[in-house]
Design a protein around this ligand. Structure first.
Ligand code: PMP
Length: 395
């Protein structure tokens, strides 16, 4: 029998979410996640995925995964330290290190557990973490797993970061101090001020940690935000995900050899959770091979994003201060923003609304993620839909 306290808890909280319009209805996709998707038998232009380079449906990745399925079977069988590690996982890590220009890399099952793993393997009681207030949930949870003091600094505010770093160092209370930032912030598409962050870090002896989930495969000729700024030797932890531009699933840390060795003996998701299926590792290797041989997909991604952004601006929309392919279309109040996204959906465009409390009140936006796989015809069709919804809502 279900405990009455659980029943009460669930009923009260689910009702509250539903009453406040915050209950997230998840759509079922009939088929894969590409530039076009199908929901309830209808085709929609997909502007909501992180499949930046269109690799999630790429034939070369599919073939690599199929061959690996035949060679290795479906599952990895066990944790890598218990049952031995497969050569395909080792090869993935060698290629990730090469991709990131670091000495070594370690692969995890997801970007989310990678942050939980890496932060908690290094930071401990008596340490402090300076964390950008807009950092991703997995960073926040990774910090919570440690006994370190967590100090938030204002988003990309270098004065505030320096002030907090100085205060933390001068207090003499802390041993290690780490600064953590996303490389690219996913709500606004802005890039972290890494050159300044690294300078402050060097001034106050901070460990540097950059989660480049949205920059890898996109910036720095694919190698990411750290490479974009030419800082590969000056950042300790480069975190990435294999689920966005790489098109598959998984996460990784790239860095110095002794850091990676430490994570292999101390980070808990590596030690206590079964490795990624080998076919998944093989598909990731195929994606990295594609990225290391050609910049064609990145170029297409950036030109599609520029085209779509310009199209929105020509229609009179505000697109914020994005510096990356993440393209917000600022609508304003929460109700109108949600209505706008709903009308887009009805007219065949899938683009999610993001409203308070995820973004400040009155800055509700529809977030668009154009990818390398969209054709100009698809983007034009989406822009026509934007224009008609704008007219219909009298904006
Ligand atoms: N870090 C950031 C900055 C992210 O945006 C995400 C994905 N939303 C993650 C980590 C988690 O990555 P994954 O989906 O691979 O678990």
């Amino acid at each position: 029998m279900t405990s009455s306290s659980l029943t009460t808890f669930l009923q009260r909280n689910l009702e509250e979410l539903k009453n406040n319009g915050l209950f997230n209805q998840i759509h079922v996709l009939q088929g894969g996640n590409g530039p076009l998707i199908h929901i309830n038998g209808r085709e929609l232009i997909n502007l909501s995925s992180n499949n930046y380079l269109g690799l999630a449906g790429d034939e070369r990745l599919i073939q690599a995964a199929e061959a690996a399925l035949r060679k290795y079977g479906v599952g990895a069988g066990a944790v890598r330290t218990i049952n031995g590690t497969m050569d395909v996982h080792e090869e993935l890590e060698v290629k990730l290190a090469r991709f990131k220009r670091t000495e070594a890399a370690i692969a995890y099952q997801s970007g989310f557990n990678c942050n939980m793993a890496a932060i908690s393997a290094v930071m401990e009681a008596g340490d402090a973490i300076l964390s950008d207030e807009l950092n991703h949930a997995s960073i926040i949870d990774g910090c919570r797993l440690t006994k370190a003091k967590v100090i938030r600094f204002k988003h990309s505010d270098m004065e505030d970061l320096e002030k907090q770093a100085k205060a933390a160092r001068d207090s003499g209370q802390y041993n290690k101090i780490m600064v953590i930032t996303d490389g690219v912030f996913s709500m606004d598409g802005d890039i972290a001020k890494l050159p300044e962050i690294v300078e402050i870090a060097e001034r106050y002896d901070l460990i540097t940690y950059v989660d480049d989930a949205h920059g890898s495969g996109v910036l720095g000729k694919g190698a990411g935000t750290v490479k974009h700024f030419g800082l590969s030797d000056r950042v300790d932890f480069q975190i990435g995900t294999l689920s966005k531009a790489i098109g598959v699933v998984g996460g990784y840390v790239a860095g110095k050899r002794d850091l990676i060795e430490w994570l292999k003996v101390r980070s808990r998701p590596f030690l206590f959770s079964t490795a990624t299926p080998p076919a998944i590792a093989a598909a990731c290797i195929a994606a990295l091979d594609i990225l290391s041989n050609s910049a064609e997909l990145q170029e297409k991604l950036w030109s599609n994003a520029a085209y779509f952004r310009k199209g929105l601006e020509q229609l009179g929309f505000e697109t914020g201060h994005t510096e990356t392919p993440i393209t917000p279309c600022i609508i304003g109040d929460e109700v109108t923003t949600q209505q706008f996204s709903k009308e887009l959906f009805e007219a065949g465009v899938y683009a999610k609304s993001i409203v308070f409390p995820t973004v400040p009140k009155g800055t509700g936006r529809v977030r668009n993620m154009p990818t390398a796989a969209h054709t100009t015809e698809m983007l034009n069709r989406a822009l026509t839909v934007y224009e008609s919804v704008k007219k219909r809502l009298g904006l």
